[in-house]
Design a protein around this ligand. Sequence first.
Ligand SMILES: Cc1ncc(COP(=O)(O)O)c(C=O)c1O
Length: 354
Amino acid sequence: MKHTPFGAERIARTSAELIGSTPLLELTRTGSGARLLLKLENFNPTGSCKVRMAREMILAAEREGKLKPGGRIVEPTSGNTGLGLALAAIERGYRFTAVVDGHATRDKLRAMQAMGAELVFVEGQGDKPSTIERRRIAGEIARTTGAFWPDQHHNPNNNRGYAGLAAELLRDLETDVDYLVGAVGTGGTLCGTVAELRRLGSRVTSIGVEPVGSIIFGGPPGPYRQTGAGAPGGFEVGPNVDHSLIDEGLTVTDIDAFTAARVVARRTGLLLGGTAGAAIHVALRRLALVEPGSTVVVLACDAGEKYLDTVFDDAWLRERHLLNEPAHQRLHRLFMAFDDSRRLVSQPLRAAVG
Ligand SMILES: Cc1ncc(COP(=O)(O)O)c(C=O)c1O
């Protein structure tokens, strides 16, 4: 057989074909062999896991006859769902309108516009989320124009969009996922992944994470700066947050969430968003307590490049009293403790061999 320097061609023909098969990165491991893995959903087109479910909701709407060729889509979104819908709209030939507010990061809005989305701004809340008002306006646009409103909080195809993510986890690991940690907003990412993992036979324990001040797990309402996850006071949490699929629900402060994202950036060179930081904060603490050999996976929902003006901007953080040196030190000490625990295990082995 003639040998050539060329391989089999692997070329995507649409951006949608690039969705999924995101990599796993081991962030750290303990001397007892427990490891913390990051499922890097920032490697998806649009830099977020939400593109998976955006596509699923649009394909299902087509199947169900809710979207006609050349039709219009409208959705209230803090950005990542909007980016996913903008991509699906390009691919499938629709017009897309995102109902947004000042809580979304500027770069997400600009990226949506760059992809041809139309933005409708909800005013009057400063940089607090206007989740309730955004829904009202989106509903009005859908009613008056006949646009299709996927409604990610109530659409079961949001959760179903993560079946592929669950299959990838089991495909890429030799063991079960013992703990899955993910930020919760609509609930789709965590609950959709857990539902499919369990259907496939996994015995995963799931840990949902929301910002302190978000009300999904029953805490008191208050302000928070993590975008994408959580629900503000007064918001009616939809059925995609399926509490039967969430074994523990925990809250994380903005300081701890952003600190984790910043420390991970310095350790790995990867920029992850604030909600990934919140999940990593929880997972690092849990790693110290889990059984030897456990696999802890964090769903890193989006890319940190979207937060260069916020999470990764010292001045922005300082103005909001979110730049906190003791929190950085605590996290460094935790990483060092894991490093030390590995050294303690490997030293006697090396002595025995050498
Ligand atoms: C950055 C980020 N993290 C977490 C979430 C929460 O994901 P879900 O709505 O699937 O619960 C979102 C949702 O938009 C997000 O954009």
